[in-house]
Each structure stands twice: as C-alpha cells, then as structure tokens.
Design a protein around this ligand. Structure first.
Ligand SMILES: Cc1ncc(COP(=O)(O)O)c(C=O)c1O
Length: 432
C-alpha cells in the first residue's frame, strides 16, 4: 500500500514531524535570570569574593549555599567544591582510599568518575550495567576482591541506580560507598534523596547539568569525621578555616590537601539555581511522561528500566530497539524529522561515557613512567594486577548498541513533546 504524504519519512522527502527549533539541554543555564544577577552583583558590590574574608566581613554565599543544600537534601553536612571531579577525588581521599586499593565503578559513566580513582592513587575496576543502564549489582559482587576498598555508584542520565541493593552489598563486604550524582541532582530512590545513601554524595554544577554555575560541585555526608577530612583535603589542610589553622584536633585529621574551594561568585549563582531545582525537575518530568505515554504501545522498542519513576530526574529518555541493526537508521530518520535523538554506542564513535573509549584507562597511561597506581608495590604486594579489555563488561555493548537517546530540555513546550512523540511513532512505524 502506498504511504500517504504525512507518513512519508522526512529523510525520504516527507514533511518533518517536528517543525520547532530544538532547545539545547542546559536546564539551569537557560533559566539564569534576575536572581542570579542580583546575588552576583551583591558579591561584587561587597568586594567579598573569598568565603573567609574581605575588606569587610559578610556572611559567605558559599557557606549559605552549603547550609541550604544540606537541608534540602536531608544530609548533615554539605561541602562546596569546584567540580564533581574534585568532589569525587576528595570523597575517595576522605573515606581512606589510596595506594594498593581497588575501587569499582561502572563502565557507562562520564570518564571523570573513573579518572578520579586514579587521581586518588587507586586502581579502577570496571563493572557492567543491567537494563537500568546503571551498575549491575550482580556484577558488582563478582568484581569484589580482597583489595576492594570502595564503590562509586553513578545515577546515569538522571535515573537512580539500584542504590539500596548496592548499599547493602557495600555494607556486607565492608566497602565505602560514594554516589556520583553529577547527572541526577534532585533525584530520589524510594523517597530518599540521591547522594544520601552512601558515605559521600558528589554533585556537579558544570554547565550541562540540571542546575549550574558553569562549573562547581558539592559533597554531602552525614559523618562528622568524613566532613572534616573532606574539608581538610579540599582546602590545603583546612588552613583557612578559622577554627583549624594547622591544629590537629584528633589523630588522622591533619594531612596535606589541595585547593578545591568554591568561589563566592559561584556560590551566589548556585544559591539562585538551587531555588529553581524543583521547578526544573517538575517541567522535565511532565515532558518525559507526556512523550512516553504517546509511544508506550509501539512494538519493537522498550524503555530503559527505571526502578523508581518518581525519583527519576527525567533529563533523558532512552529506549532500546529489539534489533540493534536498526538503531543507526532509526536515529538518522528521527534527526531528519527534526527530533534531536542519537544512538548511544558505536565502537568507532569516541564517546567518553563508555569505557571502551577511555584510552588512558585501557592503556593504563600514567603521567610518569613508574606506572603507579597500576604497578604500585602496595598494589602488587596484595596480588593486584589488572588488565582492561573491551570484553570485560559485555552488557554495556549489548544494551547500549540498542539504545536511542533523547534529551528532555526543561524549556520545551507541550507542543514540542507531542511533535517528538509523533516523530518517534512515525519512524517506528516505517522502520521497525
Ligand atoms: C556522571 C558524571 N560524573 C562526573 C562528572 C564530572 O563533573 P565535573 O565536570 O563537574 O567535574 C560528570 C560531568 O560531566 C558526569 O556526567
């Protein structure tokens, strides 16, 4: 039967399903307005750009942000830092990860989650995913060795990982748990905020994230000693902190750190952005639900499994095609329809969210020729020897090679959502 014009794919000259421009995925960035300007100007007018002092003393914007963040997320302590990478490194150091240790992390995450382990002088062990596209708890248990000290659980593309099970595994094996919440700020699992399940939760305020100051990060913890160690490491042994200055209040508190302190300007922008978090999440959740409801009946595709829909931040919609051979054609046809969709996996496409492409890790590349942490005597003495291979996490290739990914910009309209759904239906009908 000949197709009517409306059904003809845009890639073959038919009309586009989506005729409006695609909105970029900068939920917080695009919402920057008067409140951010007011708070930044306040910092500049006061000439108070450093959290501990200025020409006159004022309440620190960074300290106020930390307090508001801790309260909102239900954690005892929040520590503002320069990025999620610096949050992760600080967290690893704080929980005691160092030479000779292994840390398990998923192979589907931004490279920084893994690189932070090497920066903390430990050896990353890469874990497979399941159909949530996050850490597979069964593979996590398989990858634990006597050298394992910690686990980094990543809430990838806005969706909570199986954090309760992962936390239970960590408790059983006496492992430290760090949550990478860079992509899922404001998400939850069974009503509890992501970032509060492990020993430390790490957040990013980089420009692509839900709320942003261009750069920035946050650590959450409930443990006062971990907070002290985080504080010390991120601030050259907490040397600026009024109640510290090189004094050790208990053994093990004082050690050399780095400077990952957040600037007052960043603190000001983030105070305004934090106030917008709930509104942005609500918009993205409505959009995602609206699109999903219009494509849920399509044969030949399944949604990524989401363990707790209410806790999904809804920054992305990922569905898997039954047939991986059709993914590229599907994505290209959707793009021609005006829908900003993409495939996720391709061995030739160097995407730093998939471990195959982490060349520095795969080759165990190090800045000096000694090869630490991989050849560190503390590691080899414990029997540690690691080789990385493309075959070590087969489900990453299996699931991601079937995946189509769409961003869910908060600033979309309902019409945009309906046109996206129309485009997916049209392409699915023609191709699947
Ligand atoms: C999952 C994940 N972890 C860590 C990071 C690193 O965050 P930052 O750029 O703030 O260091 C990112 C940023 O893209 C990320 O997506």
């Amino acid at each position: 039967m000949a197709m009517t014009t409306d059904e003809q794919l845009a890639i073959y000259g038919g009309p586009k399903a989506k005729t409006t421009p695609n909105i970029p995925m900068y939920p917080g960035g695009l919402s920057i307005g008067d409140e951010e300007k007011r708070l930044v100007l306040e910092v500049l007018d006061r000439k108070y750009l450093f959290r501990y002092y200025g020409p006159e003393q004022y309440p620190s914007k960074v300290a106020e942000l930390e307090q508001a963040f801790a309260e909102k997320f239900g954690a005892k302590y929040a520590l503002a830092v320069t990025s999620c990478t610096s949050a992760l490194i600080s967290a690893l150091v704080a929980v005691g990860v160092g030479p000779g240790d292994e840390v398990i992390v998923t192979g589907y995450t931004f490279f920084a989650s893994c690189a932070s382990i090497v920066a903390a002088k430990a050896v990353p062990v890469i874990c497979d995913i399941d159909d949530t596209l996050t850490m597979d708890p069964d593979d996590l248990e398989r990858k634990i060795t006597p050298r394992t000290k910690a686990v980094i659980a990543v809430h990838m593309r806005g969706v909570p990982c199986d954090i309760e099970r992962i936390a239970a595994i960590c408790r059983k094996h006496n492992l430290k748990l760090i949550e990478d919440v860079a992509q899922a700020c404001g998400g939850s699992f069974n009503g509890k905020m992501l970032g509060t399940f492990g020993d430390v939760g790490c957040f990013s305020f980089q420009y692509h994230k839900i709320i942003t100051a261009g750069e920035g990060g946050m650590c959450l913890t409930d443990d006062p000693k971990l907070y002290d160690r985080l504080m010390g490491y991120h601030d050259t042994a907490a040397c600026w902190r009024p109640d510290r200055f090189g004094e050790e209040r208990y053994e093990g508190e004082l050690f050399c750190g780095v400077n990952y302190r957040m600037s007052e300007l960043t603190g000001a922008v983030m105070q305004a952005q934090l106030g917008k978090l709930d509104g942005l999440l609500q918009q993205m959740r409505q959009h995602k639900a609206r699109i999903k409801s219009q494509i849920a009946d399509l044969p030949g595709l399944t949604f990524r499994r989401v363990l707790d829909e209410a806790g999904d931040t809804a920054i992305s919609l990922i569905f898997l095609l039954d047939d991986p051979e059709k993914v590229q054609e599907f994505a290209t046809a959707l793009q021609a329809e005006g829908v900003a969709a993409s495939s996720v996996f391709g061995k030739g496409i160097p995407d730093w969210h998939i471990y195959y492409h982490w060349k520095h890790i795969m080759r165990k590349a190090t800045p000096t020729p000694e090869g630490c942490p991989y050849t560190c005597p503390h590691y080899t003495a414990k029997g540690g020897e690691i080789t990385y291979s493309e075959e070590s996490c087969p489900k990453i290739g299996e699931y991601l090679s079937r995946a189509i990914h769409l961003d869910i910009p908060a600033q979309m309209t309902e019409d945009d959502c309906d046109m996206i759904a129309k485009g997916i239906r049209k392409v699915a009908k023609a191709i699947l």
